[in-house]
Design a protein around this ligand. Structure first.
Ligand SMILES: [Ca+2]
Length: 210
């Protein structure tokens, strides 16, 4: 009986240990899989995308996991995004972003554009302009900066779920970030699911920047 109780305590301790380890690796983004609908997400349509029929909704059309995913759509090639809430970040921290994307067969991307990307949008202290440092993660799983948007070609948009993944480092000037799922002059339906962002050890190798 004593041994059995001891064994049981061991199992409980192990379960607590595992739970703590899991928590450390949890995504910092809430509802990245859209299972709670649009909770925590906001749709951003810049001025140059207005009037192009941009919209989004949570759908149950072949999600990557669970029962739901996000669908964004425009009637013309447009640059617009689905964004998380802002989160605090410290310079030098490294994060791994992973998200799944696919496009409807009829969707197209304009020439000389990646078509879609996930962007780590940094916000700085005071009025720091972080625009040139935002990390865009393209379909080739490399990171590019805003000045490359017009030169990174997408090839074909994926009609099967494809994972975008990169490890980035928070720049010295940054104090926070937002994660944005972008259409970069794509037209038609783009689907997103399972955005996952984890804080990594500081020696985790960074993804190459184009
Ligand atoms: Ca989902």
């Amino acid at each position: 009986m004593y041994n059995r109780k001891q064994a049981l305590q061991g199992v409980v301790a192990l379960a607590i240990g595992l739970a703590a380890g899991t928590a450390l690796a949890e995504s910092i983004v809430a509802n990245g899989g859209f299972e709670q609908g649009d909770e925590g997400w906001q749709f951003v349509i810049p001025a140059d995308a207005e009037g192009k029929g941009c919209k989004w909704e949570v759908v149950n059309d072949n999600p990557h996991s669970g029962a739901k995913c996000a669908m964004m759509e425009s009637e013309e090639p447009a640059r617009y995004a689905l964004c998380t809430k802002g989160l605090r970040a410290e310079p030098g921290e490294r994060y791994r972003l992973r998200v799944w994307v696919r496009a409807a067969a009829a969707a197209t991307a304009a020439e000389k554009t990646p078509g879609v990307c996930a962007r780590v949008t940094y916000s700085g202290a005071a009025d720091a302009n972080m625009g040139p440092l935002h990390a865009h993660i393209g379909l080739n799983n490399k990171v590019f900066l805003v000045d490359k948007i017009g030169t990174v070609a997408s090839g074909k948009l994926p009609t099967e779920w494809k994972q975008l993944e990169a490890v980035v480092e928070v720049p010295a000037e940054a104090r926070g970030f937002v994660f944005a799922l972008f259409s970069l002059r794509a037209k038609g339906k783009i689907y997103w699911d399972d955005l996952d962002v984890e804080k990594m050890e500081k020696d985790t190798p960074l993804t190459a920047t184009e």
